[in-house]
Design a protein around this ligand. Structure first.
Ligand code: NAD
Ligand code: IPM
Ligand code: MN
Length: 347
């Protein structure tokens, strides 16, 4: 089974290396790997953040394990050449519209959460984020106003099919868990969100067993730190899901802990930590690799039909944390590689 490894920029290669060591130990030679260039690294070596060979590799592979992209050297390039276009391009080109971002507190990390331990320990949720639409992919540009002032614009839109497709993933995800779905929008202000809410309500007729609620995104941000335990599954748009998932990560201990799966409708997937390339700590061995290791576990579970092996990875991460393994983001001193070692030892 061919896996495309796309390490990318900054801490991307550092965390991918640990995930591959873990995969080698758990599934050995059942997987083969091909590495592709993405992001700023690809721009520098090949002139484009998502070179055609990388896109081709991603299409050929059974699944994709992705590190992170983003490089401060590239922040002033024309937008289509910036590193971030690599991940946006892959999501769009491969129709990876459903982004699952589970946020669970490993009980040993209650002290690492930004919340009081008794509030934090209840967090056990999945954010289902739409990934192919919204303000990310609408018309955008810079223009001059009538009076010659600069104006930037980004059009936000969703059509009903796009909403229905992700809403179904939300309902199904809730059905496989505790049966509660909270749809997060801004229907009090945005037409995009009014359509979102209408379509979710229409679909609810197919899911009478699911307890559906709706929440405005500003309130959701507040509720996430007030009482994260109230959420089972959140379904939301691309932009709101991006923001809420970074916030949820700190409720669960660290941005370095949250994995994700980005899926099409046939279980093809791209797996990546929710964090970025962390230029502030890149090259220093400070990155927490657990989000990427857990993402590799999600890859085994969702795209490769290896649920038991995925369980082993989840248990090994829990065991390593139980044994006191901590990178600096979790208040410890281990390097990225030592954290990888701790997971391997637990395996
Ligand atoms: P970031 O997630 O890279 O970093 C935010 C903060 O969290 C930093 O202080 C960083 O050191 C810390 N952090 C992140 N991951 C960590 C880990 N595994 N272990 C320990 N600490 C960690 O977000 P940013 O600084 O806003 O963005 C940096 C670059 O990454 C930008 O170019 C951005 O566009 C890009 N980015 C890419 C992705 C992606 O590839 N999917 C996701 C988010 C941001
Ligand atoms: C993420 C990132 C990306 C996003 C960026 C790098 C395009 O923040 O994967 O969460 O906004 O989706
Ligand atoms: Mn993000």
């Amino acid at each position: 089974m061919l896996i495309a490894l796309l390490p990318g920029d900054g801490i991307g290669p550092e965390v991918i290396a640990e995930a591959v060591r873990v995969l080698d130990k758990v599934v050995g030679d059942k997987l083969s790997y091909e590495t592709g260039a993405v992001g700023g690294a690809a721009y520098k070596s090949a002139g484009h953040p998502l070179p055609p060979e990388t896109l081709d590799l991603a299409k050929r592979a059974r699944a994709i394990l992705f590190g992170a992209v983003g490089d401060p050297d590239c922040d002033r390039l024309e937008r289509h050449l910036r590193p971030e276009q690599a991940i946006l391009g892959l999501r769009k080109e491969l129709t990876l519209f459903a982004n699952l971002r589970p946020a669970t507190l490993f009980k040993e990390l209650a002290d690492a959460s930004a919340l009081r331990p008794e509030v934090a320990q209840a967090i056990d949720m999945v954010i289902v984020r739409e990934l192919n639409g919204d303000v990310y992919f609408g018309e955008k540009g810079m223009r001059k106003t009538a009076s010659g002032r600069r104006e930037g614009y980004d059009v936000m839109s969703y059509n009903e099919d796009e909403v229905a497709r992700i809403a179904r993933v939300g309902f199904e995800t809730a059905r496989a868990r505790r049966g509660k779905l909270c749809s997060v929008d801004k229907a009090n202000v945005l037409e995009t969100s009014q359509l979102w809410r209408d379509v979710v309500i229409e679909l609810a007729a197919d899911y009478p067993d699911i307890e559906l609620s709706h929440m405005y995104v500003d309130n959701a941000a507040m509720q996430l730190v007030r009482n994260p335990g109230q959420f089972d599954v959140i379904v939301t748009g691309n932009l709101f899901g991006d923001i809420l998932s970074d916030q949820a990560s700190m409720c669960a201990g660290s941005i370095g802990m949250l994995p994700s799966a980005s899926l099409d409708s046939n279980q093809k997937g791209l797996y990546e930590p929710i964090h970025g390339s962390a230029p502030d700590i890149a090259g220093q061995g400070k990155a927490n690799p657990l989000a990427t290791i857990l993402s590799a576990g999600m890859m085994l579970r969702y795209s490769l039909g290896m649920g038991a092996e995925a369980d082993r990875i989840d248990m090994a991460v829990a065991k390593a944390l139980e044994n006191g393994a901590r990178t600096p983001d979790l208040g410890g001193k281990l390097t990225t590689t030592q954290m990888g070692d701790a997971v391997l030892a637990a395996l």
